[in-house]
Design a protein around this ligand. Structure first.
Ligand SMILES: Cc1ncc(COP(=O)(O)O)c(C=O)c1O
Length: 439
């Protein structure tokens, strides 16, 4: 593809930029090269831009499209519901049905409250934790992302310090409120968590983490680390909160907590829950969630909106019914992609690692091996990854510049083959570019 081929997206971005800051409605979308793309259609594993290029899609709407674009069961449920109304401002049967399904699938879920975005589900979880404990402080981990709402933006991708794997300050420090109530702990360092709790434990309501540090580099917890965090929380009377906005339903029907066997007190869920229809949930132990009966304000005009709820019910139906075939297939395809990328990288002499967690891959360029901590992730180079994703786009693969790839149930063996051919060509281009600039 030459420059001319992105004319439609470039023209759209110029128009949008007149009336939308940066021309995008979520800051990170502006980072895509050669230009942020405008799309017209998505179906299955493919997405089509305004210039008519079809891509194999690994952005997957930033994660929600676990079943691919337009999964028939979900679309049919939404069509049927459309004829019966969109938003009632009151209850409907599908809400309790959805809560029951979440309780059945997610180990830590005994009661559920619905919201619309992942950021809100995190806020609801933390408010419930403060009410349940009568304490105010929250411990979070370096590089973990919990949404874009101010107090939780400390030290994560898009944080004031700009310390994401792509160090791009999305919120200028002077415009962000973090406050003394957020304490930041290094990931995979049980001693640091024990020390922080020894010092502040009596004031800590919640220890919140991505149980696999997806945004901090797709880093699994070391053996025993989650169990230690669980034990320390119990010892200090604070609640363990898993942010499973990304990992929920994606790593297993019951998310990372099912995979790791460690059960949190509260869980934030979103993304894959709704197959692209906006919906999130906070779920947890009945005793803890019970504070929402009277001590916690929980609001949202669109909470429990009928379209998202029926989409979520249909999604969970598919995940439950097909789990024995769907998850092993996702693991196999993701493994083939990750291994294929690493083998091609070795052939091109590119220092590329593909870290895998369920149907998620995170690429790291020139980072240490093994990669365990956020500091390790930050030691990698971001610019080659940006070049790489640009060349992938030019070769028909839609992948983010951060190197975070979402694999979906709609991806096929043919998609993997096409993708690896594109990876081969993109690596050749990047290697040439890097050699050229080293001369
Ligand atoms: C782990 C995690 N938590 C929370 C969020 C925020 O979700 P939302 O963008 O739906 O507000 C995200 C978004 O990417 C996320 O990755």
């Amino acid at each position: 593809m030459n420059e001319e081929t992105f004319t439609g997206s470039r023209t759209y971005m110029q128009r949008a930029h007149q009336v939308i800051p940066r021309g995008v409605n979520s800051s990170r979308r502006a980072a895509l090269r050669p230009t942020p793309l405008a799309f017209t259609r998505a179906q299955g594993s493919r997405i089509t831009d305004i210039d008519g290029h079809e891509y194999v899609d690994y952005v997957a709407g930033y994660g929600p499209m676990l079943l691919g674009h337009q999964p028939p069961q979900v679309i049919e449920a939404v069509h049927t519901q459309l004829a019966a109304g969109v938003l009632y401002g009151g209850q409907h049967e599908a809400e309790a049905e959805l809560a029951e399904r979440i309780v059945e699938l997610v180990p830590g879920a005994e009661m559920v409250l619905l919201n619309v975005t992942g950021s809100e589900a995190v806020q609801a979880a933390l408010r419930i934790a403060r009410a349940a404990t009568g304490r105010r402080k929250t411990i979070k981990f370096e590089g973990h992302y919990h949404g874009w709402i101010d107090p939780m933006t400390a030290n994560g991708p898009g944080s004031p310090a700009g310390t994401g794997p792509v160090p791009r300050p999305v919120i200028a420090p002077e415009h962000s409120v973090i406050g003394p109530e957020i304490l930041v702990c290094p990931w995979n360092d049980p001693g640091a968590l024990a020390d922080l709790l020894a010092q502040h434990g009596a004031d800590v309501a919640a220890v919140i983490m991505e149980p696999v540090a997806v945004n901090g580099g797709n880093l699994w917890a070391d053996d025993g680390y989650l169990a230690t965090a669980r034990r320390l929380c119990d010892q200090h009377g604070c609640l363990l909160v898993f942010d499973e906005v990304v990992t929920g339903f994606r790593l297993a029907p019951g998310g990372a907590q099912q995979r790791t066997g460690v059960t949190p007190d509260l869980t934030a869920l979103a993304k894959a829950l709704g197959s692209g229809f906006p919906i999130s949930a906070v779920a947890g132990r009945a005793e803890v969630m019970g504070v929402a009966e009277d001590a916690v304000a929980h609001g949202g005009t669109y909470n429990g909106n009928a379209l998202s709820v029926v989409a979520a019910n249909a999604t969970l139906d598919v995940l439950k019914t097909d789990q024995d075939s769907l998850y092993p297939r996702l693991e196999r395809l993701t493994g083939e992609l990750a291994n294929g990328i690493e083998q091609l990288a070795a052939r091109h002499g590119a220092p590329l690692q593909a870290l895998r967690a369920g149907a998620l891959i995170r690429l790291h360029w020139d980072a240490p091996k093994p990669l365990r901590t956020y500091a390790d992730a930050l030691a990698g180079s971001t610019e080659p990854l940006r070049h790489f994703s640009e060349h992938l786009i030019r070769n028909g693969v839609h992948a983010r510049e951060t190197g975070l790839w979402y694999v979906s149930a709609a991806h096929t063996d043919d998609d993997v083959d096409r993708t690896l051919s594109a990876v081969d060509r993109a690596l050749a281009e990047v290697s040439q570019q890097l050699l050229g600039s080293a001369r």
